[in-house]
Design a protein around this ligand. Sequence first.
Ligand code: 5GP
Length: 119
Amino acid sequence: MTADATGPSIFSRIVAREIPATIVAETERVIAFRDVAPQAPVHVLVVPKSELYRDVVELAAGDPALLAEMVAVAQQVASAESDGQFRLVFNTGANAGQTVFHVHGHVLSGALEESRIGS
Ligand code: 5GP
């Protein structure tokens, strides 16, 4: 959710240290912390500190350099925590599984399932 009648998003509250999270990387504009419900040996969320963009489509149009910074942080996390190889997943829209409308990428690494897109 973005800031509205319900207030800041859950991720903004993590950025503000109002709710706890295990932060694994941080830059001036991006934060990375462990997903509370991991789906892979390494499952980290990479999130812009601003909740201006709801999803990756809005972010790519509005601030492509920030999207590139998120990808660089994802690479850093995968290198620090695994073998440097990773999936970067952006659920985009409720029907695609997005539940938090503050853009974020899921960094998935480690021993991943065999399933691949296109196989
Ligand atoms: P989405 O479903 O929007 O693509 O991803 C949201 C992710 O945020 C989910 O994987 C969920 O487990 C994670 N998540 C939701 N609330 C919290 C929280 O309070 N702390 C952390 N660390 N992760 C959260």
